[in-house]
Design a protein around this ligand. Structure first.
Ligand code: ATP
Ligand code: MG
Length: 566
């Protein structure tokens, strides 16, 4: 075996199952050596982390093999679609780091699809049905039992043509008629039981305006759009497996007589992403937004791309997560903790370390001169020396975390305890001398004395002190609001629960701390989206943050605290 072969086998192992198909097709010279994929969202909502999985596949495979990937809006239902969504989809794909070759719209093919439908009618392969959708559903039968034939199935061709025209001219009310493909009411594949291919929608389309009243169903547009565009590998999720023969059926009819070489788009399916403690259905996400159960599509608790962005995720973290879970042929439920682990790994490498006190109590260093200050050196990122250092101002009065003090502490509590020494990060070793309490027992102030010879680098700094605490100077810090987030839902798999998903929301998914203090250095870094509040976790400026009102979102903690809580 030559070295070359070894590399090839190694690379092959690194390919997922769809990439292997593509690799083989290209090597076999199929489609004239072309590779063309597309990402086909319906612009009826914002993209979520599940879409990111599809995006990484569709764009990633084109990048990997030197093919092209287009963006196509499957905009066949003006009832639910909107320009707002079209724009948000574009923004999110770009943010994830991908670029489409062309942008197409299924609505660009409305005329072609219409003409094809007319042709089907003329060939006796489609008919106008006047039954209600409920009635049609009732007649579908079951996979083992044939459906019932519609009384309109054998309507004369001429009449079908006239009625189809009327469906599109506004003369027929919504829901009164549909066009159905005449295929096979006994087919074991339910999608072949005379599927509805056109319905009436009396609503302006965001691109075609009021030109059309009859709109193609998704299943009559999706596969054919792929064909019109010359898609070679039509990649989608597993629920489309049973639709594949129907798409092939329509394309065979479209191609009739010409172009008999098999250059149809070939469909490949992979497993959808499902995540614990959240939902991925656009219908449910939209309901959360419309019913104001969350703060918009980009609420930091939402599984949307814009939500993750506002939460402080980087595009690299999202892509890393998609890489971690991989692509298979089996549906599964992925642990939300894996997404957080990806964020943690990514942020550890890039976040700027700053000091912030979220639950403050005052610490007074009684032997430090009043009015004196010192600039202490703080490392920006221990993972990357090139990020350098900044200074943090030290003074007699500091804020420290309330939880870092105990008057009577168990042995293993290596933080602030009367009579014991502890190190203040980047500064001195101090010994706690006591505290002042309110009548109800709340600690109001903590007192300590510092050892002036214990600054890092000095000789007194060398003695062993177990705990190191973060702090900020009272006079040199800024007040901030900090928003802490937990799982949006309190059950692991809300989609599998019988209760309404609204009842399953975690009432404690948002906690707002409105009196936090943070070192001033953050103000010079409002452009930096990735911060670590030392000893606490990763944070980012919220979009509403201004120099006059600082608001931070917690991205993720330093450790997986959820695993312990469970
Ligand atoms: P809806 O929730 O309205 O049914 P959808 O989630 O299927 O919609 P589309 O806009 O139709 O959303 O999806 C665009 C593409 O993203 C499709 O190819 C679809 O297979 C893929 N996709 C959607 N959800 C997921 C998911 N959870 N995991 C992986 N891919 C997904
Ligand atoms: Mg869909």
């Amino acid at each position: 075996m030559t070295d070359n072969n070894v590399t090839e086998i190694k690379e092959k192992k690194g390919l997922n199952f769809i990439e292997q198909f593509v690799d083989n097709d290209l090597k076999a010279g199929k489609n004239g050596g072309r590779l063309q994929t597309r990402f086909p969202p319906e612009p009826n909502g914002y993209l979520h982390i599940g879409h990111a999985k599809a995006i990484c596949m569709d764009f990633g495979i084109a990048n990997k093999f030197g093919g092209i990937c287009n963006l196509r809006m499957d905009d066949t239902n003006p009832e639910k679609e909107d320009l707002e969504y079209v724009n948000a989809i574009k923004e999110d794909i770009q943010w994830l780091g991908f670029h489409w070759n062309n942008i197409y719209y299924a609505s660009d093919y409305f005329q072609q699809l219409w003409d094809f439908a007319v042709r089907l009618i003329k060939e006796g392969k489609a008919y106008v049905d006047e039954q209600s959708s409920e009635e049609i559903a009732r007649q579908k039968g079951t996979p083992t039992q044939a459906g019932t034939t519609s009384p309109y199935r054998n309507r004369p061709i001429e009449e079908n043509l006239q009625l189809f025209e009327k469906m599109n001219s506004g003369e027929i009310p919504e829901g009164a008629m549909v066009l159905r493909a005449k295929i096979d009411m006994a087919n074991p594949n339910m999608h072949f039981r005379d599927p509805v291919i056109y319905r009436i929608i009396n609503k302006e389309h965001h691109r075609t305006g009021s030109k059309w009243k009859a709109y193609p169903m998704y299943d009559f547009a999706h596969g054919q759009s792929d064909y019109f565009e010359g898609v070679t590998h039509s990649i989608c999720t597993l629920e489309f497996v049973p639709h594949r023969p129907l798409y092939d059926y329509f394309i065979d009819l479209l191609k009739e007589g010409k172009d008999l070489e098999d250059n149809r788009p070939r469909q490949f399916e992979f497993n959808r992403l499902n995540l614990t403690y959240t939902v991925m259905s656009k219908r449910k996400l939209l309901a959360l937004v419309q019913e104001k159960l969350v703060d918009g599509w980009d609420d930091p608790r939402m599984p949307t791309i814009c939500g993750l962005r506002r939460r402080g995720y980087s595009p690299e973290a999202v892509r890393k997560f998609i890489d971690m879970i991989g692509y298979t042929k089996f549906d599964a439920l992925n642990d939300y903790a894996m997404l957080e682990a990806a964020a943690r790994e990514d942020l550890n490498a890039r976040a700027l370390r700053v000091s912030a006190v979220l639950n403050p109590v005052k610490l007074i260093i009684t032997n430090y001169p009043e009015g004196q200050t010192e600039e202490m050196e703080a490392v920006n990122n221990p993972e990357n020396e090139a990020d350098g250092t900044h200074t943090i101002t030290f003074s007699r009065e500091l804020w420290m975390e309330r939880d870092d003090f105990m008057e009577e502490a168990p042995k293993k509590f290596f933080r602030m305890v009367p009579g014991k020494e502890v190190r203040l990060k980047n500064a001195y070793i101090v010994k706690c001398t006591g505290c002042k309490k309110a009548l109800d027992g709340t600690v109001e102030e903590i007192y300590c004395e510092y050892d002036p010879t214990s600054k890092s680098g000095m000789e007194g700094a060398n003695r062993k002190v177990k705990g190191t605490l973060h702090w900020v100077s009272v006079a040199h810090s800024l007040k901030a609001e900090v928003r802490l987030y937990d799982r949006l839902f309190s059950v692991e798999n809300p989609s599998a629960d019988e209760r309404d998903f609204r009842e399953l929301l975690n009432p404690e998914s948002l906690k707002v701390l409105d009196e936090c203090y943070i070192e001033k250095y953050v103000m010079e870094n409002m452009e930096n989206r990735y911060l670590q509040f030392q000893r606490i976790g990763y944070f980012t400026f919220d979009k509403i943050s201004t120099p006059y009102r600082l608001v931070f979102n917690k991205t993720v903690g330093l450790k997986d605290s959820w695993a312990q809580k469970k």
